[in-house]
Design a protein around this ligand. Sequence first.
Ligand code: PBG
Length: 332
Amino acid sequence: MKTTQAAFPATRLRRPRRTPAIRALVAENALTPADLIWPVFVRDGEGIEEPVPSMPGVVRRSVDKVVEAAKEAQALGIPAICLFPYTGSANRTSDCTEAWNPDNLSNRATRAIKAAVPDLAIMTDVALDPYSDTGHDGFVVDGEIINDETVEALVKQALSQAEAGVDIIGPSDMMDGRIGAIRTALESAGHRNVMLLSYAAKYASAFYGPFRDAVGASGALKGDKATYQMNPANSDEAMRCVARDLSEGADMVMVKPGMPYLDICRRVKDEFAVPTFAYQVSGEYAMIQAAAQNGWIDGDRAMMESLMGFKRAGCDGVLTYFAPLAARVLNG
Ligand code: PBG
């Protein structure tokens, strides 16, 4: 018998997959608790941990319980938590003044965490939706989300968060010019070290649904956010958003949602080489949890695989509701 080929495969790519030790040796990416930012929902009261039905395993915590969560984060090696207030309807108004109240929920939680766990980084969200009666991230006039007046309010909100002691401010509002305006105001007020993690490429997404339940904005929201959040069809536009936000003074940038936008994460990392984060949003979390609860997928494995996907796509870190669960798996 005449053979033109060798009787064995020239390359055996199964060799580096043979044992756990060899697989560990050739692993290209690693996930650690230090890659995680844990988003937590804050509510009024004391001693309260109230489940969010559309996000199994996630609760709204009163400030004392948020402090406990902060201690837990530190013990698990998670470097940062991100605060999202659940605001009662009395504090949701058309002028959104609660957003820059020095004693609002977010600022009270920030001070309480800083007093108890000073080394944990605190991130907060800049956008008007927790405080607005329309559920929009900006002021609405005649059905339009008005940009420049909203930016003035966002600056006040950011300054009040910096005063309270946050380390990282995350503008999630997608108004034009907000990064530059906030950076200038922070510098002028002497907050030189407060970082800006810009929600630079934030898409108008169906995956935010459970979050809007969690912060009580679902009922309020009139219409959609397509005039300020990005069209899921676009990728070049995300590069323009990131370039613009970096030029205005962002220290770090975010892509949001995460799993459907890993291509954007990779492009951002390759083109800009700056600290790049993905937000694995509420709907992504809910999807995995719901399938796991039904016994359709292995929840822990799906969680870890999804998080590794972000590292492989070039992200330096991930905002994820899985943070404490994943850190526990990683810590053994
Ligand atoms: C609001 C904001 C949203 C999220 C974070 N900040 C929702 C929205 O834009 O409607 C979503 C987070 C999530 O879904 O987990 N500015």
